[in-house]
Design a protein around this ligand. Structure first.
Ligand SMILES: *[C@@H]1O[C@H](CO)[C@@H](O)[C@H](O)[C@H]1NC(C)=O
Ligand SMILES: *[C@@H]1O[C@H](CO)[C@@H](O)[C@H](O)[C@H]1NC(C)=O
Ligand SMILES: *[C@@H]1O[C@H](CO)[C@@H](O)[C@H](O)[C@H]1NC(C)=O
Ligand SMILES: *[C@@H]1O[C@H](CO)[C@@H](O)[C@H](O)[C@H]1NC(C)=O
Ligand SMILES: *[C@@H]1O[C@H](CO)[C@@H](O)[C@H](O)[C@H]1NC(C)=O
Ligand SMILES: *[C@@H]1O[C@H](CO)[C@@H](O)[C@H](O)[C@H]1NC(C)=O
Length: 550
């Protein structure tokens, strides 16, 4: 097939990416103006422990297959490592200092500004926008409605079995049901005989079937719940990860030079019945090593379970012949510490909690268009697949931020890219604080597998995390706005992570950079796991130049 005229045209197109989509769709018999659909997949608490990110243990063949046809961002970061603030940030395209949401307790439209959202923008441009599962964080932060009616054309869907997530449905060694952290289940045995993510996949496939013949393009957001705790997943996935094969984190101790303000005491894990029974000392632990292995096993098993759901969803996209006219964006709201630095959960500024998977499949741009019935996304059973890495797709190494999703998705779909935000921008409903990442999609095939044309040293990713006190306490993981006293502002460049913890006034939303409580500096080359804080060594003058807001 490589010599056919279509493919030759494609080579040229790789250089002239935008002209290309039109030619390719003309070849398919579509009108050149047919807009692309968007399937936006967001996974809860997923760090890049995936085959396509080089993880040798985790089986994620379906996500890896998506990556093989996508542009994958190696260095993508969330703006705050906790669900609601991160989701509101990337869905509005504004940083937490603009949404003013650092906790779970306010709705940005009334609390900060009436900011437009990604789905709202697509809806206003004529798309049918649909939400399945956890896209917006539920509760006040999306006005108890997932921001309906503004963001969605039809009422958002939530799986009915979601209500069993936090009640006693995990069978313990005593034969009784508990509200445990580790919760491998026999799906036939649980209430309703199903799990939330399975229901979400089924619902999303039904919506795709309906949209197949629709006159308008669609924007379908699908939010998976796992691997968020509790680890409630079909127990057969444990078999992929025998405990004897599970290693501990390479750096499972609290680093000597870690300022106490930077540490998150993972209180949510401690509240689960199985963890509470271990009497782990507060705040630093540690968790007994056998149990550490079990947590890691359940996290990885949950990831493989989600991978099968992504696989079913994408194979449906293929079967419905939508893969040639649908952009697929895949990401997560933030990462998760799996014992690194003696920490668990999110709630910090370390790479393990801020770094996220991010990839975009753009038909005709990141991959050739599927030809005559060709399948891009056949379902792959993780139990059958070998651990050999699938062919890698295109990869970008520059530092990028989730706040850039909004302009990038708009641009990739051919919609006008919202203008840059003025400072401040509380009064502006539609603007972008992130960058349009479309420049990464202009591929130069002479440089294999790397698409980045600019200088990766020029890009910076910003994250932040609030704390109620200088030392870890009961609410350090999730302080309410009124309790925030310190904000940790963090920048990640290709060379280092630099964080300053400064005093913060929650009434006026003011950070005081003259009042530094603690600092952290880690160099990527010499200390990739961020165990040796050299902030004090740098006070003499070698410190990265002045803190600058974007
Ligand atoms: C906020 O934005 C929505 C969507 O554009 C609009 O319907 C609503 O009137 C706006 N509310 C205010 C108070 O401006
Ligand atoms: C939030 O929801 C309430 C209850 O449905 C509604 O009355 C209110 O108008 C909503 N807020 C906004 C800004 O739309
Ligand atoms: C566990 O490790 C052993 C030894 O490296 C390996 O042979 C086996 O395939 C591994 N099992 C799984 C399920 O990965
Ligand atoms: C850095 O200096 C501060 C203030 O002198 C001190 O409290 C802290 O322990 C030092 N940190 C390290 C890692 O040496
Ligand atoms: C935890 O503490 C309780 C009450 O003090 C005790 O009964 C139990 O044996 C302890 N468990 C472990 C694992 O130490
Ligand atoms: C900022 O912190 C400095 C140093 O502690 C202090 O002198 C100053 O008053 C603070 N500024 C504000 C606005 O609180």
């Amino acid at each position: 097939m490589l010599s056919s005229p279509g493919r030759g045209l494609f080579r040229l197109c790789l250089v002239l990416a935008s002209a290309c989509a039109a030619l390719q769709s003309a070849e398919q018999g579509n009108s050149v103006t047919d807009p692309l659909n968007v399937l936006f997949i967001v996974v809860d608490d997923l760090r890049p422990t995936l085959g396509c990110y080089g993880d040798k243990l985790v089986r994620s063949p379906n996500i890896d297959q998506l990556a093989s046809h996508s542009l994958l961002f190696q260095n993508a970061f969330a703006q705050q490592a906790v669900c609601a603030p991160s989701r509101v940030s990337f869905l509005t395209g504004r940083r937490p200092d603009t949404t003013r949401l650092y906790d779970f307790n306010s709705y940005w439209r009334v609390h900060a500004g009436n900011f437009s959202t990604i789905p709202q923008y697509f809806k206003e441009k004529g798309y049918v926008t649909m939400s399945v599962g956890k896209v917006f964080h539920p509760g006040i932060s999306s006005n108890h409605s997932d921001d309906a009616p503004y963001s969605w054309s039809i009422p958002p869907y939530h799986p009915s079995s979601e209500k069993y997530e936090n009640i006693k449905t995990c069978r313990g060694p005593d034969g009784e049901l508990h509200a445990n952290l580790l919760c491998p289940v026999d799906v036939r045995d649980v209430p309703e005989g199903t799990l939330p993510d399975k229901q979400s996949t089924e619902q999303a496939i039904q919506l795709l079937e309906k949209m197949k013949t629709a006159a308008r393009p669609f924007f379908l957001a699908v939010g998976y719940h796992k691997p968020h705790i509790p680890f409630r997943y079909p127990k057969e996935f444990q078999k992929l990860y025998p405990l004897e094969n599970i290693t501990l984190a390479p750096n499972p101790w609290v680093p000597a030079g870690l300022p106490p303000v930077a540490y998150n005491p993972w209180m949510d894990l401690r509240q689960r019945e199985d963890v509470a029974a271990l009497n782990i000392s507060v705040p630093y632990g540690p968790i007994p090593v056998d149990f550490q292995r079990k947590i890691r096993q359940s996290y990885f098993a949950s990831v493989s379970y989600v991978d099968t759901q992504v696989g079913r969803l994408l194979s449906a996209l293929d079967d419905l012949q939508l893969a040639g006219r649908t952009i697929v964006a895949f990401t997560s709201d933030h990462g998760w510490s799996l014992g690194e630095h003696g920490e668990w959960a999110k709630y910090s500024n370390f790479d393990v909690t801020t770094r996220v998977p991010l990839m975009f499949y753009v038909p005709g741009t990141t991959a050739l268009l599927p030809q005559g019935g060709e399948k891009f996304f056949p379902y792959i059973d993780p139990f059958d697949s070998t651990s050999e890495l699938m062919q890698t797709g295109r990869q970008a190494k520059g530092l990028v931020e989730l706040v850039s999703l909004f302009p990038t998705l708009a641009g990739l779909a051919g919609l006008p890219v919202p203008p840059r935000c003025p400072v401040p921008s509380f009064h502006v409903e539609l603007c972008r604080e992130g960058q349009n990442l479309q420049k990464h999609f202009q591929f130069d095939d002479s440089k294999e597998a790397s698409s980045f044309r600019g200088n990766p040293r020029e890009s910076i990713a910003y994250s932040q995390y609030p704390r109620p006190a200088d030392s870890p306490q009961w609410n350090s993981d999730k302080p309410s706005l009124k309790d925030i006293k310190i904000m940790g502002y963090s920048i990640r460049t290709i060379d280092y992570r630099y964080t300053v913890w400064v005093s913060f006034n929650p009434e006026e939303f003011l950070a005081n950079f003259s009042d530094v409580h603690a600092g952290e500096l880690y160099f990527v080359d010499s200390d990739p796991l961020q165990d040796h804080n050299v902030y004090n060594d740098s006070l003499g003058g070698g410190r990265p130049s002045a803190w600058m807001l974007p």
